[in-house]
Design a protein around this ligand. Structure first.
Ligand code: MLT
Length: 405
């Protein structure tokens, strides 16, 4: 959303410390240099003076990744993360032009002050430079670069974090009711790579990359730990987060999912679906999947939900569909992980779920020490969408019973 152009800066010997490289203080100055340079190329470096205001830095965090040396050329990209009435949050990344390596990142919060040092509203011209609007509206997706891939995220509310991970081949809107209603929680519902309007690279899909993207997203949002709710493939991703980043997970909600991996027949079916996606596209995948995703009650009585799911799948890119199918086909079996799960866990399943049936959910809940199980009547594999009020209510009860960090 930012209108900041990327700026290239050469590292000079006088930028470096006595050790001869850019340290974190030097990166701080480099990022500042890039911001002024971008202003010079756009509205002019007197932008703030013209409005008799000044952007005062209130918080800045540098992530030092690699050293840079005299002669290196660094490209600085600047992105606006938030614009409030008088505050502004930017994210800047410096990469080495020679090889594209990330060397440092900066997260920085400004408050616009007037001549007396008091916070003052950001004038329209200045807001325009930083993205044109005064704040993110509820439901508006914000894009976050998670290291080479940009994820679109619906994030709302304050409080402990609840990360909502959708299934295949769906997007964040699967959780619309939960995002809208689970107040007192910071709801974070991303589109996974390849899904919704997130980037859909040609390759690079695996449970590992999905899980690492989400942890990087939590880093970007400054979230240390989150309750992770995963539906179906989102549950497989949650298991991978537990395997790789257990310290980031403070609770689990496993919805319409299973722990075991694909058997030989399952893998064959994935390959057939990959072929279908490649030859006939997302609409054909939707035709094939909708009757299996939705419970028979929803198919009979909720034509709007049928249409919504068909459209959601139809919008998914072919590389995203193929990548997810390969990632699911090759995912590890998570059964042995279940007895080791030591965070509060809720298992939810639609009574009419044929893909990950109640029996599988029951077995999973039994294997996880102190997990609770709730079966949602009248719902199939997409319970949060088919029976939104019931699912939000059991999630709210579970969340409210957790000790607040
Ligand atoms: C999903 O809903 O994410 C998929 O149906 C999961 C799967 O096919 O294993």
């Amino acid at each position: 959303m930012s209108r900041f152009p990327a700026v290239e800066c050469t590292v000079y010997p006088y930028d470096c410390d006595t050790y001869g490289h850019m340290n974190q203080a030097a990166y701080m100055l480099l990022f500042e240099r890039a911001r002024w340079e971008a202003l010079a190329r756009g509205p002019g470096q007197d932008l703030f003076r013209r409005h008799r205001i000044w952007p005062a830095v209130r918080r800045a965090t540098i992530d030092y990744v690699l050293p840079a040396f005299p002669g290196d050329v660094l490209r600085v990209d600047t992105e606006t993360e938030k614009i409030g009435r008088s505050s502004l949050e930017l994210h800047q990344r410096a990469t080495r032009v020679a090889d594209g390596a990330l060397v440092a990142e900066l997260q920085i919060v400004f408050v616009m002050i007037d001549g007396a040092g008091k916070p003052t509203p950001i004038p329209a011209e200045v807001a325009g430079m930083f993205g044109g609007r005064a704040s993110v509206r509820p439901g508006e997706l914000v894009r976050h670069d998670v290291g080479g891939v940009t994820l679109a995220v619906d994030a709302r509310g304050d409080g402990p974090a609840l990360l909502l991970v959708h299934g295949f081949p769906l997007d964040h809107s699967l959780w619309a009711h939960q995002v809208a209603t689970l107040a007192r929680w910071r709801r974070i519902a991303p589109d996974l790579r390849g899904a919704g309007v997130s980037d859909a690279p040609e390759a690079g899909y695996s449970m590992t990359s999905y899980a690492d993207d989400l942890v990087r997203l939590l880093d970007r949002l400054r979230v240390e730990r989150a309750v992770v709710a995963g539906l179906s493939m989102g549950g497989y991703v949650a298991f991978e987060m537990l395997r790789r980043h257990r310290e980031r997970v403070m609770g689990l909600i496993l919805v319409d999912t299973r722990a075991d991996g694909d058997g030989a027949d399952g893998r064959k079916a994935r390959d057939a679906m990959i072929e279908l996606a490649r030859t006939e596209g997302a609409a054909a995948v939707a035709e094939r999947m909708v009757p299996r995703l939705l419970g028979r009650s929803s198919q009979q009585t909720q034509p709007n939900v049928v249409e919504q799911v068909r459209a959601m799948i139809g919008r998914t890119s072919v590389p995203g569909i193929v990548g997810a199918l390969e990632a699911m086909r090759d995912r590890p079996d998570s059964t042995s992980l279940l007895p080791t799960i030591d965070v509060p866990t809720l298992v939810v399943v639609g009574a009419e779920d044929e893909l990950t049936p109640p029996a599988a959910a029951r077995a999973m809940a039994t294997a996880i020490p102190s997990a609770a199980l709730t079966v949602i009547p009248g719902a199939g594999h997409l319970a949060p969408l088919e029976a939104p009020t019931a699912v939000s209510r059991v999630m709210a009860e579970f969340l409210e019973a957790l000790p607040r960090p």
